[in-house]
Design a protein around this ligand. Structure first.
Ligand code: NAD
Length: 440
């Protein structure tokens, strides 16, 4: 058994592209992996396997634009690990997507699927594109070309993509159709996040925030917080953010602040999440909501005021790296529930733990999305459709159990919640790798 764990820097040199920094998500994953491996005494060989993606496919995507020009985009599908089952993870369209980011997101999916104990590994895809600059027809051609390019490595028992940032059920329907045309029969299990009419699951849209709600309910129980007297702040008002605000409000909390990429609003008496959504739909932003005060006029500098509010529950639900060593000292929330992927840097994470703030880490807090994706896959395979109550009840059971397992490990070993989540997940993945063996 190997005992010396190579450092994150060393593994990054072997596997990384860009320079290591606090803002590089792959480097951050490696740091979390190194930290967890040391705490749990992980075998060096398995550590190295987890510090290296299993497969990276980079694809060229020529697309005929509406004006007749050919434009070429670049995309990736990264499969991080499939010891516990087929790979699973979303596809992101964003102008800043790069290989290191997709690798990190794929690795987080391996951890996430193991945290909630669903029979999957981890993968992620991405195309470097600003989808807002493409017409619907151009987006359809780009999506179908990508589906065709990754078709050799995806499949209902190989790798099942899903939506992520700036992709939606519409893109999933195109991928479903393209893949089905290639194999010659309809294969709804190849992708999740489909429209309901094509075999999507009830409750998929709300799933991430619903799962987060179930973990927050457990967290406030262990901290003896009465939800009727509690306050919450939510950064980001998209799918994860809006539903999180709505469900905290449903629990009886006052949602005192929310934000989006254009600004943040604050009302100490609480905001009505549906009224804020209506305002955002009408005006394009949560900003200038009647009765609320605008704070943080420039969210590009990190929604400083929103993140630093003295609330019970802080929910980052927008982008990566918003709680960093620069602002972590000013975080006052009792619970940080990470709806977004990677909102806290590894350095800031340790400070939150020292300050006694209970972090519900992303790999647990937002795992409701992939869990309901798994339910969709099961339904597609059995051709049996569940109602919303069945979906919610099955989701609650998994999220609650996962929270308790991680919380108990965190208390028992006196480690932060993220390290506890990684420990639990890595244990499960390594158990599968040991049983399967290394072959050929
Ligand atoms: P989305 O595109 O629906 O919403 C993102 C929101 O963040 C928008 O309101 C946008 O205005 C806001 N935003 C962007 N930059 C911001 C900034 N600097 N300050 C404040 N707000 C800003 O995306 P989403 O699906 O809600 O995803 C949000 C996060 O949650 C991502 O990290 C994503 O990976 C994660 N997540 C989402 C799901 C899901 O099922 N939707 C599942 C797991 C994880």
């Amino acid at each position: 058994m190997g005992t010396v764990i190579p450092s994150a820097e060393e593994m990054f040199r072997i596997t990384g592209g860009a320079a290591p920094s606090e803002m590089n998500p792959w480097f951050n994953f490696l740091k979390l992996l190194e930290r967890s491996a040391k705490v749990m005494g992980l075998d060096t060989g398995y550590y190295k396997i987890l510090a290296t993606p299993k497969r990276i496919l980079e694809v060229q995507l020529p697309v005929k634009m509406d004006d007749g020009r050919i434009e070429v985009f670049v995309g990736w599908r990264v499969q991080h690990n499939d010891a516990r089952g087929p790979c699973k993870g979303g596809i992101r369209y964003h102008p800043a997507v790069n290989e290191d980011e997709v690798k990190a997101l794929a690795a987080w999916m391996s951890i996430k699927t193991a945290v909630v104990d669903i029979p999957y590994g981890g993968a992620k895809g991405g195309i470097r594109v600003d989808p807002h600059k493409l017409s619907p027809n151009e987006l359809e051609r780009l999506t179908r070309r990508f589906a065709w390019a990754i078709a050799p490595i995806i499949g209902v028992d190989r790798d099942i993509p899903a939506p992520d940032v700036y992709t939606s059920p519409r893109e999933m329907a195109w991928i479903y159709d393209t893949y089905s045309q290639i194999v010659g029969y309809p294969e709804p299990g190849v992708i999740t996040g489909k429209p309901l009419e094509l075999g999507g699951s009830e409750g998929r849209k709300e799933a991430t925030a619903r799962g987060l709600q179930y973990t927050v309910e457990e967290a406030i129980k262990v901290l003896n917080i009465d939800p009727k007297k509690a306050t919450a702040a939510v950064q980001g008002y998209g799918n994860a953010g809006y539903f999180s605000a709505k469900f905290m409000h449903e629990l009886g909390m006052k949602v005192v602040a929310v934000s989006d990429s254009r600004g943040a609003i604050y009302n100490p008496d609480g905001l009505d999440p549906d009224a804020v959504l209506k305002h955002k739909k009408e005006t394009g932003s949560v900003k200038d909501f009647p009765g609320a005060t605008n704070i943080d006029p420039d969210p590009r500098v990190g929604n400083a005021k929103l993140l630093e509010l003295d609330v019970d529950v802080l929910i980052p639900a927008a982008i990566e790296n918003v709680i960093t060593k620069e602002n972590v000292d000013k975080i006052k929330a009792k619970i940080v529930a990470e709806a977004a992927n990677g909102p806290t840097t590894p350095e800031a994470d340790l400070v939150l733990h020292e300050k006694g703030i209970l972090v519900i880490p992303d790999v647990l807090a937002n795992a409701g999305g992939v869990t309901v994706s798994y339910f969709e896959w099961v339904q597609a395979r059995t051709r049996e459709w569940w109602d919303i109550e069945t979906v919610r009840q099955k989701l609650r059971v998994r999220m609650t159990k996962s929270f308790r397992d991680i919380y108990n490990l965190h208390r028992e070993k006196n480690i932060d919640m993220r390290t506890a989540a990684y420990w639990l997940a890595i244990d499960r993945i390594v158990a599968a790798m040991r049983l399967r063996g290394i072959w050929p």
